[in-house]
Design a protein around this ligand. Structure first.
Ligand code: HEM
Length: 473
């Protein structure tokens, strides 16, 4: 498979060695963009050899729009097809993120109502817990990447299936550590670069499978319990008074004979919601705190707005969130400059496709490079500058909507975008009201923020210490 297919011969080649070095030295998407920029800004498309196949990497908007609108022509690749019998396929199975056609529609129909009414009390209460943790280390550097992961795991556990991981107060409890071990094992890059090694006895992942069994036991128990509550009408009551968690909403929606869903399918969706919502929002919150710590003028302006809109409240209502116009622009610009999903999960052509003077044979893998689109000088003026005003309504409306792809696009757009935005706003309001944020003078990030590698889609971050100094109001 190393031989280049005829139709891709005239697509410029991107460096496989640079990519592997970037992955193993824990470099972020900014580093990859550096070695891809020249080709992608000029051609909009490049090819790279990876895990035994030639991939198309693109920042071209025409191709991107096609991928979003012609989902039958560019379906996602199932985990079982990409990595048959792998640990990742075993844990995440078929779910709303990785499925196509009628199967995807059924999953989306069941998951969709769950994201319509979000549990504000979970966001608010977790923000208060966060403040208590920070209070204990007042005015000393605290590692924010880990702290934000603890926060987002707690929020997800409670909002998705009513389970408190309690990671903020007790980061060493067995559910937290098992969950972290499972996700760390699933993300190990070596199994993506050389998927075949998973089948060699030396690399056997039996221990990891046992850990997955433990997490699955938790999920299965909760699913069973909630199915039972459907029989007693308890679940209907929760749905009617908007206190159901996402799992309860899914179980309720799967009552519809048009969208049946087995316990196993629901479990795969729980696993993928945790994946989709955990590192992503933690990265978003960490990078925005860095931005606020290093741009005191922005921090001051955001805080002034929060104090004006919220009055004496600690956390904002949904109506108040709409009024936080400057904060919303800062959030959007942060998500442009540091997109937590730097590359969309792989699609592949379902038939032969002609694109310009190239030919993609069926099953050609295609990756949309979000980081590249967000940082391309073809689409953005001064792309490396942090300018929240880009998102003032009049500027935002004039722009092609496909150049800000933080949450993807088309019918596969992120289901949890509001979930994450609300979580970010609530957390930031509580933090900025109470604390001044700054970067220690000796920080490794003093010249620029050093991103990192989590996996092929999600952006990581090097440890980031920030100082939270209590404000005197
Ligand atoms: C800053 C935070 C987040 C970012 C940047 C993000 C980004 C994305 C992106 C780019 C996609 C499109 C994937 C594709 O087209 O292949 C997506 C899909 C999805 N996201 Fe998010 N996401 C975030 C938070 C969340 C949260 C909190 C949840 C759930 C609790 C969630 C659930 C989903 C689901 C279920 C899909 C699949 C939608 C579908 O295919 O129908 N996301 N997300």
């Amino acid at each position: 498979k190393v031989r280049v297919p005829e139709g891709l011969k005239n697509v410029p080649t991107l460096s496989f060695v640079s990519l592997v070095l970037a992955i193993f030295s824990d470099k972020g998407p900014d580093n990859r963009w550096e070695f891809m920029r020249k080709i992608l800004e000029k051609e909009g498309i490049g090819k790279i050899w990876f895990s035994g196949e030639w991939f198309i990497v693109t920042t071209d908007l025409e191709l991107t729009k096609d991928v979003f609108s012609k989902t039958d022509l560019y379906p996602k690749t199932s985990l079982e097809e990409s990595y048959p019998g792998s640990l990742t396929a075993y844990y995440y199975g078929t779910n709303v993120v990785i499925s196509n056609g009628d199967v995807w529609k059924r999953h989306r129909n069941v998951a969709n109502p769950a994201f319509k009414s979000l549990p504000m009390h979970v966001f608010n209460e977790t923000a208060v817990k966060l403040l208590k943790v920070i209070e204990k280390v007042d005015n000393e550097p605290i590692e924010v990447k880990d702290l934000m992961h603890r926060l987002t795991l707690d929020v997800l556990g409670r909002a998705v299936f009513g389970f408190d991981f309690n990671n903020l107060e007790d980061p060493t409890n067995i559910y937290v550590t098992t969950y972290q071990e499972v996700t760390a094992e699933c993300d190990k890059p070596i199994y993506f670069i050389m998927p075949f090694i998973e089948y060699l006895p030396y690399f056997d992942r039996t221990e990891a499978r046992k850990k997955i069994a433990k997490i699955n036991e938790l999920y299965n128990g909760l699913i069973e319990e909630k199915r039972k509550s459907m029989e007693t009408e308890e679940l209907s009551k929760k749905i009617n008074n908007n206190t159901a968690d996402l799992l309860e909403c899914m179980i309720y929606a799967s009552k519809d004979p048009k969208n049946p869903m087995s316990n196993e399918e629901i479990r795969y969706n729980l696993a993928i919601f945790m994946l989709a919502g955990h590192d992503t929002t933690a990265t978003a919150l960490s990078t925005i705190l860095y931005v606020l710590a290093t741009r005191k003028d922005v921090q001051r302006k955001v805080r002034d707005e929060i104090l004006r809109v919220l009055g004496d409240d600690l956390t904002p209502t949904i109506d108040q969130q709409r009024e936080l116009k400057y904060l919303n622009m800062v959030i959007k610009e942060n998500l442009r400059i540091y997109p937590p999903v730097h590359q969309l999960p792989r699609r592949e052509s379902s038939e032969t496709i002609k694109f310009r003077n190239h030919v993609f044979l069926p099953k050609t893998p295609i990756l949309i490079n979000i980081y590249g689109i967000h940082h391309s000088s073809k689409y953005w003026k001064d792309p490396e500058e942090f300018i929240p005003e880009r998102f003032e309504i009049e500027n935002d409306e004039k722009r092609d909507q496909n150049i800000w792809l933080t949450f993807g696009g088309g019918s596969r757009i992120c289901l949890g975008n509001n979930f994450s935005l609300i979580e970010q706003r609530v957390t930031l309001c509580a933090l900025l009201r109470k604390y001044e944020v700054s970067l220690p003078a000796d920080s490794i990030h003093k010249d620029k923020l050093h991103l990192g590698h989590i996996n092929g889609t999600i952006t990581g971050l090097q440890p980031l210490h920030l100082i939270f100094k209590k404000r005197t109001e």
